[in-house]
Design a protein around this ligand. Structure first.
Ligand code: CP
Ligand code: NVA
Length: 316
């Protein structure tokens, strides 16, 4: 059952994972697990409700999992393609948001600049959900938290490694460790560490939760972790950079890195993956890989989140 009053999340924006407390994340994950077991009780829970899905960047998982997920709850999702047509050009971000909130119950936005999400959240009375920005990817990490738990990892004592670019996914994974009280070691080449401001915020949360955040350039730091996570070297919207690729090459997650982590370590990736770059095929297609569980769980975690933000978490 829900571990807190479901109405605590109603109407909230979720721009970073740090917009949620550990208790609130717990509620999302508990509801997601219940939905995943059987959607029957939530069919129609969001009947007559609607979401607008605004995407300035490409997507497979996020778009499809939101659209199908909303339909499972009886809501509709209207997708607006903003690739090559950024939000705020045809009309201001504020005018745009104030139109959309008159029709939609929630805005789900994937944006080039996190500032666009902040402007939408500042002007809209309906919840705004970050579906990936240059700074963070909270929906991904909610799904990853569900996946870790399904594989027997406790969030409050987890030991994770993120290997590669200190990017949006890395930053939200750090947030999870900081909120939950787990530990994360981020192994990056020099110059590709996570955003200093976000790191400082995570460190202050970790000081309260008992979480541990370590940033290193030494791959040996993956020893003994429960999961090794990596992501693309070049994120959407970044210019391809041969020097960055060269720096990342020595941090490719291969069989040696997984051996160093230990025989029980899971392999995680938000996808899309680039075999032969950040990960070798034997690792991502091997027995310790949970990447498709992560992808499936996008839908369950997002459904739970949307239901809680819209007050539809009680079974229909
Ligand atoms: N992991 C993820 O967000 O995938 P998409 O870019 O395909 O949505
Ligand atoms: N860091 C990647 C994540 C893709 C889901 C990107 O921003 O492109």
């Amino acid at each position: 059952m829900q571990t807190l009053a479901v109405d605590r999340l109603v109407g909230r924006h979720v721009l970073h994972l740090t917009d949620l407390s550990f208790d609130e994340i717990r509620s999302v994950l508990d509801l997601a697990a219940q939905m995943k077991r059987d959607y029957a009780a939530w069919r129609g829970a969001l009947a007559q409700r609607s979401a607008v899905l605004l995407f300035e960047k490409p997507s497979l998982r996020t778009r499809v999992s939101f659209e199908i997920g909303l339909a499972k709850l009886g809501a509709i999702g209207v997708y607006i393609d903003h690739q090559g047509n950024p939000i705020g050009v045809r009309e201001t971000v504020e005018d745009y948001g104030r139109n959309l909130e008159r029709w939609a119950d929630v805005l789900v936005a994937r944006v080039n600049s996190h500032a666009t999400l902040e402007r939408l959240a500042a002007c809209c009375r309906v919840p705004v959900i970050n579906a990936l920005s240059d700074l963070s990817h909270p929906c991904q990490i909610l799904a990853d938290a569900l996946t870790l738990e399904e594989h027997g990892v406790r969030l409050d004592s987890m030991r994770l490694a993120f290997v590669g670019d200190g990017n949006n996914v890395c930053q939200s994974l750090i947030d999870l460790a900081a909120i939950a009280g787990g530990s994360i070691v981020v192994v990056t080449p020099p110059g590709f560490e996570p955003n200093a401001q976000l790191l400082a915020r995570a460190r202050s949360l970790a000081a309260v939760s008992g979480g541990r955040i370590e940033i290193t350039h030494d791959i040996a730091a993956v020893r003994g972790v429960q999961a090794v996570y990596t992501d693309a070297w070049i994120s959407m919207g970044q210019t391809d950079d041969p020097a960055k690729r060269a720096a990342m090459q020595r941090l490719q997650v291969n069989a040696d890195v997984m051996r160093l982590a230990g025989p029980e370590a899971l392999f995680m990736h938000c996808l899309p993956a680039h075999r032969g770059e950040e990960v070798t095929a034997d690792v991502i297609d091997g027995p310790r890989s949970v990447v498709f569980d992560q992808a499936e769980n996008r839908m369950h975690a997002q459904n739970a989140l949307v239901a809680l933000l819209l007050g539809g978490a009680g079974a229909a």
